[in-house]
Ligand binder design. Structure first.
Ligand code: HEC
Length: 145
């Protein structure tokens, strides 16, 4: 009887551990991508969009239009994170602005490989898409309800 109890006990412990490992590895991968995005955000976006992405970066006072609050992207889009709209905004290569000039840099110029040739098929272009993807994962993780 004790042996049975022990084996049931071990099964429970084993199951909980396995579920824990699976859950934490999913979490770890997500955190890795989001963390990469946070790093890029701090390097390239914070100066305008602010330390907490609320549109209040150091450069904000001198810009017209003002940098957007990036924590309300989902809220302002009826509860759905506007993934591709935001992607195109960050990339910026085919952005058509209806109102005046664009204040935000065109990060799609990252697609210009060093010899100034534009390509969507190089490893470098893969990295650019990865950067934008990571940035979006980070932005998605900081949306207000
Ligand atoms: C030089 C200042 C500046 C920098 C740097 C900058 N932005 Fe912006 N961003 C703006 C401004 C200003 C707007 C408002 C719209 C416009 O300019 O047309 C904006 C708008 C946006 C929007 C659209 C928001 C909406 O409500 O639709 C997104 C998404 C965005 N920025 C993301 C980023 C990300 C990600 C980075 C870093 C890779 C970044 N921005 C860097 C100034 C900046």
């Amino acid at each position: 009887m004790n042996a049975l109890k022990r084996s049931v006990g071990w099964t429970v412990v084993f199951t909980i551990t396995m579920v824990g490992i699976l859950a934490s590895s999913t979490w770890a991968q997500e955190q890795e991508v989001i963390g990469g995005g946070r790093y890029l955000y701090e390097r390239f976006c914070k100066i305008c969009h602010g330390p907490r992405a609320m549109g209040d970066g150091k450069e904000a006072p001198s810009l017209q239009p003002k940098p957007a609050n990036l924590t309300t992207l989902r809220q302002r889009n009826g509860g759905t994170f506007p993934f591709w709209k935001a992607y195109r905004m960050i990339d910026g290569r085919e952005e058509v602005t209806g109102h005046g000039t664009r204040e935000m840099p065109v990060f799609g110029v990252w697609f210009r490989i060093p010899d100034d040739e534009v390509s969507i098929e190089t490893e470098w272009a893969d990295q650019v898409r990865g950067r934008i993807w990571q940035l979006l994962s980070y932005l998605q993780s900081i949306q207000v309800p």
